[in-house]
Design a protein around this ligand. Sequence first.
Ligand code: PMV
Length: 336
Amino acid sequence: MDRLGGCRPLKAVAIAPGKVILYGEHFVVYNVPAIVMAIDRVVKVSVSIREDGSLRICSDLGFACEYKNGAAKPLMGGKKSVSFLEPVRIAAKTVLDHFDERKGLNIDVYSTIPSSVGLGSSGAISVATVAAVSKVLGHEIDKEQIWRLSLQAERYVHVTPSGVDPLISVYGGLLVWRIQDGSKPKRINRDIDLVVGNTGIQRSTGKFVSIVSRKKTKKIEGISQLMGVMNWISNLALKAFKEMDLVILGVLMNMNHELLKVIGVSHESLDRLVEAVRKAGALGSKLTGGGGGGCMISLTTLSKRAAVCKAIEENGGQPMVVRKNNAGVRAWLVKS
Ligand code: PMV
């Protein structure tokens, strides 16, 4: 018998959104405020209990692994599946250890967030995994706990993460947050549509977080001094959101992109899209997320949206209009 008073529920399902960082990526790792928005692209994770005690993880991207007695056996996608699915394994194990449970699990991951391009797919997967595993085990956990438990998997992906990706996936909406705020981000009650341009170049955020960290330690490219500039940009953006001053928000995005170029995390494919959308009439544009490829965002009025999408396509990118997603992570049981 389970806590519902019937047969053990067969499955728990959790949904968590991806994100775009509007201002402050990389700098947020050093306690500078970031402004970040959950988007209408989500991951869904479904989890059921296995009676044989083993762990099986399967992703709709063509990867699957079985974990038994400490060994990982690829079932689909070859050796790459082991590293690709590792954040999911870590997230599930963190929850099992936290609740001192020894159960086996089947975990299925479905995603509408393109992976490794700066839209927070790994953060969303960790968050949804933590929420679904807790749910299927019958443990109720609050949003703060989901965020804290998902940080373990995030460390595998980003090396020294700020925690902003799982945070926005947990809470949803449009938030301003710095590390010292912990699990208490501030909401910005504004709506904004953005056009994302995906260069299609997949890269590792952890690599770029490490590059910035090395430069900061060696005191090159004035990175420490630039922290103050980014702090100023984020605070001005917050004020511009209050007044809904789209022109200033656009100018601040352009300035933010220049800072990201200076610290060495942009890429020629991103710079090309950033320039092209400005020429097509965007109010502002910048790379979003870890950089080095991946995605850029453009702030655009409705009348210029089609031209901006066309400019992205003509310059080798894939355009995608994204809207704010107010719902953070949600998890529920399925009895079928
Ligand atoms: O996961 P991405 O590529 O969206 O980037 C995360 C944002 C960084 O600031 C680069 C890293 C972090 O943990 O804050």
